[in-house]
Design a protein around this ligand. Structure first.
Ligand code: HEC
Ligand code: HEC
Ligand code: HEC
Length: 360
């Protein structure tokens, strides 16, 4: 008799549990918090899972200084509303979540860069910590990790200077008020784009962001639409473009298209530029790579959606070429033209042709 009771006990518990769930007795209130033991267990499982899962992460290089600027730029809208920022605790609405998003000052020391990469890329189930919006952009996740690694050196002012520019710095979102109100017709540029691309479209002098000044208006508008509709993949630009209506999108494109493309030139490797010029004008006939200039030469009458490459950052051009050749970039309705053009380029050829265009 006793033995049989043993056998049916688990079934009875199961049925009672199911009944409680169906009636609605299982509490899901964030307001009541977790029991201490549940909390400890959840944290323990999370740390073990992150340690195990991050074992297979291939961390992209984090040493380029401009990655920090790119990561900080995204952090401001992508993470700060939940986690706070250097010198600021998480905002009150976020701390009412369960689990609450922690301030990250000590977390960035507790986790290794590999573990941070894993958390930022994949998010954490059942917690509100989101996955990266474009899962094929490891380079962007790496930029956020590079910024997190810099966190311990930052105070409020240091963080604000990274995200908005030094106070009073011309051409940035922190420019003197006369500059902000006087020159810019397109309010959306001041309120949203300038902190990364600059008011002047010269990207704050950093390859973290593409130069937009003087770019063809059609290409700018079509690219923004491509981000907005998820046809071009970027965890940084997709959420920003999603906030634009048709009019703001047009305003921003027109603002940047008519600015002078007068970026300060970095020192160049003349040999690389010469090799790149050859690819731009003749292509690589042996590998059936077409001449880039056929579509990208600004002096030719080409489709408005073929972008200018002259005066763009070499680092940005190389990144886009890598994305095209790995099939991960996407873009406007014409992006497949680039697939044929680049997937036979070697890494050296990419870097040469980028050096050529950057020096124009
Ligand atoms: C919607 C709110 C939200 C956003 C946006 C968000 N997080 Fe989180 N994050 C959370 C929550 C909630 C947790 C889980 C906390 C826990 O498990 O105790 C978390 C966990 C983390 C952790 C692990 C902390 C720990 O103690 O284990 C890191 C690191 C992190 N987030 C970084 C980021 C970064 C970087 C971004 C931006 C790319 C970001 N988060 C965006 C809510 C958010
Ligand atoms: C947080 C920084 C940030 C902000 C703010 C930002 N951008 Fe970007 N933008 C980027 C980055 C990074 C890229 C490169 C993304 C990629 O690799 O696809 C980019 C790419 C672009 C491109 C494509 C350029 C090209 O040559 O293909 C356009 C167009 C653009 N942004 C317009 C805007 C506009 C308009 C706004 C304001 C509404 C804006 N961006 C706000 C960081 C930002
Ligand atoms: C048949 C026309 C054509 C040829 C030839 C061509 N491209 Fe392109 N390229 C395009 C188009 C169209 C885009 C815009 C893709 C999009 O975003 O939809 C583009 C975009 C690019 C971009 C991204 C620019 C940015 O701001 O993000 C780079 C870099 C680029 N091309 C480099 C090259 C190089 C290098 C070559 C030569 C090896 C080349 N292209 C040959 C049509 C061409």
């Amino acid at each position: 008799m006793k033995k049989r009771l043993w056998l049916i006990a688990p079934a009875v518990v199961g049925v009672l549990g199911l009944a409680a769930a169906v009636i609605g007795l299982v509490p899901i209130k964030a307001s009541s918090g977790h029991f201490e033991v549940t909390e400890q267990l959840l944290q323990f499982f999370k740390h073990r899972s992150v340690a195990f899962g991050s074992g297979e992460v291939e961390l992209p290089p984090l040493d380029a200084g401009w990655l920090v600027l790119k990561g900080a730029g995204h952090y401001e809208i992508g993470c700060r509303p939940c986690h706070g920022s250097p010198g600021f605790p998480p905002p009150p609405v976020a701390t009412a979540m369960l689990p609450p998003p922690p301030g990250l000052a000590d977390r960035v020391r507790y986790y290794s860069p590999r573990e941070l990469f894993y958390v930022v890329k994949h998010g954490i189930k059942f917690t509100g910590m989101p996955a990266w919006p474009a899962l094929n952009r490891d380079d962007e996740v790496a930029a956020v990790v590079a910024f997190l690694a810099k966190w311990p050196e930052l105070d409020r002012e240091g963080y604000a200077a990274l995200v908005y520019g030094e106070q009073g710095e011309s051409g940035t979102a922190a420019a003197p008020i006369e500059e902000l109100s006087g020159k810019v017709e397109a309010g959306v540029v001041v309120s949203s784009c300038a902190r990364c691309h600059g008011l002047d479209g010269l990207a704050r002098g950093s390859p973290a962001f593409p130069v937009l000044a003087g770019q063809k208006v059609e290409y700018l508008a079509e690219s923004l639409k491509a981000y907005l509709e998820g046809r071009r993949h970027s965890g940084i630009m997709q959420p920003i473009a999603a906030g634009l209506d048709a009019q703001k999108l047009r305003e921003a494109a027109e603002h940047y298209a008519k600015l002078p493309r007068a970026r300060k030139r970095a020192p160049v490797d003349e040999e690389a530029v010469r090799r790149g010029a050859d690819i731009a004008t003749h292509g690589v006939p042996a590998d059936r790579v077409p001449a880039c200039g056929a579509c990208h030469d600004p002096s030719r009458e080409t489709n408005g959606v073929y972008p200018r490459l002259d005066g763009q950052w070499a680092e940005y051009l190389v990144l886009q070429l890598e994305l095209f050749s790995g099939q991960g970039r996407g873009g406007t309705a014409w992006w497949q033209l680039m697939d044929r053009a680049v997937h036979r380029l070697t890494p050296e050829q990419m870097s040469d042709v980028a050096a050529f265009y950057a020096a124009q």
